[in-house]
Design a protein around this ligand. Structure first.
Ligand code: SF4
Length: 540
């Protein structure tokens, strides 16, 4: 599309939070809008202040909402933007835009764009009738159904169509309020948190609290974008803060400037607790290798020595993944990377793991979530406890670092099962590999979550809480909630403490809460290891 004649369209793309990364969700649409002749300003409020002059001058202002925390941080910014420029068309895009469409519309957002947002943003920005939003896209493109049922990645692979917060308040807010770690998406959760348990039970906890049909609510507003196919452009990062201002990879005493890109979007799985599912519903999209590598090379030229591939699951398309890795090793030798891959794929594609190691993979994040098979079944994770142990052995066998993540506090957690999780981590000699915050994570029930399909979840959850943007829940055993709060607080005040030290403290708290006499001895006797990690973690 040649939009070179479009003149004087001023667009502002705003990110509030993206896990300490330079926001891909600004760089990618910026390329599309600039190609169309739109005058684009990108603002990352995690590193920059809101430019009031640019807000006043813009005709189109769009907020990137890829996750829970970003959405909560965006709400007061939306209010501020509206007060500065009541005439601008306001848009929200990204996974959590569609999940919270009703709330965002109540705040004055007129356009909601779901998963694949670039083309829709461009069309909105250049539309002559911005005041009359055209909400045309339907939730499911019928052409996609074949891929959903039979997602053969080769078909995708061959088809290229396929601040207010300047001082990074998330970190400091977290330090100030260590209970923040209770949230699933991000330990930072920040200053917008109130006490979810308190707000939850201001209302009658047994009251039917769901906003109509929760599975349909995300699309009640008929958001644009959805999971349609795009011809991806190379992200334009030229006006974003430099990579050196963002989270880095730590390997021992070394800090590596880190870039971020995506080789695919969405996910072919439908885990019950995952926020990707309400938008992509078992579908994923491949970004052509050439596009991925152009973005990687640009970031390496800008100083990156490590790249995070932020795909929800890097092995959703194994042929595409291996092609990317081979190109990566060839084109940017010596640069490391990290990926997120589910346990099920790590087993099924075990023969590819040496390629990861040999092409510079610093670590693999995998969402284990639980070591209780009954809980894993409820979450429809597609793996068991023994699968997880097999993956640990596979990684140890080829000397590749594994970074397991967990959701230890669910409505099905007991004091004993929590202690069993700790004993499993200890027995598998993973204490150095597990970020302490992972020991405190509490299951989030968001709008549109498949968790709300479960009667026990529906009976536990309360009215949707506008501050936390979740359906808060309370454990049937108050001792479990009390333990979660104590562990979250303990972890929060030990952010810089060695992992083993924090784990020992959590071990003591948990076993004391569970009772049963003397504290069991720890087994992990492996020599202390230096496990690579990012300053701000990513959760599947
Ligand atoms: S939790 Fe991971 S594997 Fe499951 S649907 Fe979400 S991204 Fe996919």
């Amino acid at each position: 599309m040649n939009r070179g004649t479009i003149q004087n369209v001023r667009a502002l793309l705003i990110s509030t939070y993206d896990l300490g990364r330079q926001p891909f969700g600004l760089a990618s649409p910026a390329a599309w809008l600039r190609e169309a002749g739109v005058d684009v300003t990108c603002i990352d409020l995690s590193r920059q202040q809101l430019p009031e002059d640019a807000v006043r001058a813009a005709g189109f202002i769009a907020f990137f909402l890829p996750m829970h925390t970003a959405t909560r941080l965006a709400l007061p910014v939306i209010d501020r933007v509206r007060s500065l420029n009541a005439g601008a068309a306001l848009c929200a895009y990204g996974l959590y835009a569609s999940l919270n469409a009703s709330l965002l519309r109540e705040r004055g957002v007129t356009h909601i764009v779901a998963g694949e947002f670039e083309e829709a943003l461009r069309d909105l920005a250049v539309s002559p009738d911005l005041d009359n939003p055209r909400e045309s896209a339907s939730r499911v493109d019928p052409r996609e159904s074949a891929f959903r049922e039979n997602p053969r990645e080769s078909a995708f692979r061959d088809d290229p169509r396929e601040s207010a917060f300047r001082d990074d308040p998330r970190e400091s807010a977290f330090r100030d309020d260590p209970r923040e770690s209770a949230f699933r998406d991000d330990p930072g959760e920040s200053a917008f948190r109130d006490d979810p348990r308190e707000s939850a039970f201001r209302e009658n906890p047994r009251e039917s609290a769901f906003r109509e049909n929760p599975r349909e609510s995300a699309f009640r507003e008929n958001p644009r974008g959805s999971a349609s196919r795009l011809e991806f452009r190379i992200p334009d990062r030229s006006t974003l803060p430099p990579l050196s201002r963002y989270a880095t990879l730590q390997i021992g005493d070394e800090r590596r400037v880190t870039g971020y890109t995506e080789t695919s979007r969405g996910c072919k799985h439908r885990c019950r607790h995952c926020p990707i599912v309400p938008v992509y519903d078992g579908r994923f999209r491949i970004v052509p290798v050439a596009t991925v590598m152009s973005d990687v090379r640009a970031q390496v030229e800008a100083g990156a020595r490590h790249i995070t591939f932020g795909d929800p699951d890097f092995f959703n398309g194994i042929g595409h993944a291996t092609a990317v890795l081979e190109a990566f090793a060839r084109q940017v030798p010596g640069v490391s990377y990290d990926v997120t891959i589910k346990v099920e794929h790590l087993i099924k594609q075990a023969h590819v793991l040496p390629l990861l190691r040999d092409t510079g993979c610093a670590f693999v994040t995998t969402a284990v979530e639980s070591v209780d098979d009954a809980v894993l079944g409820r979450l429809e994770k597609g793996h068991t406890q023994s699968d997880f142990e097999r993956v640990v052995a596979l990684f140890r066998g080829i000397d590749l670092a594994l970074s397991p993540t967990f959701v230890p506090f669910t409505p099905w957690t007991t004091l004993e099962s929590y202690c069993e999780l700790l004993r499993t981590i200890d027995r598998l000699e993973l204490v150095d590999s597990v970020a302490p915050i992972q020991l405190a994570i509490r299951l989030l029930v968001t709008e549109g979550s498949r968790l709300l399909e479960l009667p026990e979840i529906r009976s536990l959850c309360c009215r949707f809480d506008m501050r936390s943007l979740t359906y808060p829940w309370k454990h049937a055993d108050p001792r479990v909630d009390a333990l979660q709060e104590r562990i979250a607080a303990a972890v929060g005040i030990r952010l810089k403490a060695p992992r083993r030290e924090v784990f020992s403290h959590v071990w003591r708290l948990a076993h004391e809460a569970a009772g049963g006499g003397a504290l069991p001895e720890r087994r992990d006797v492996r020599p202390r290891t230096s496990v690579p990690y990012l300053n701000e973690p990513w959760y599947c």
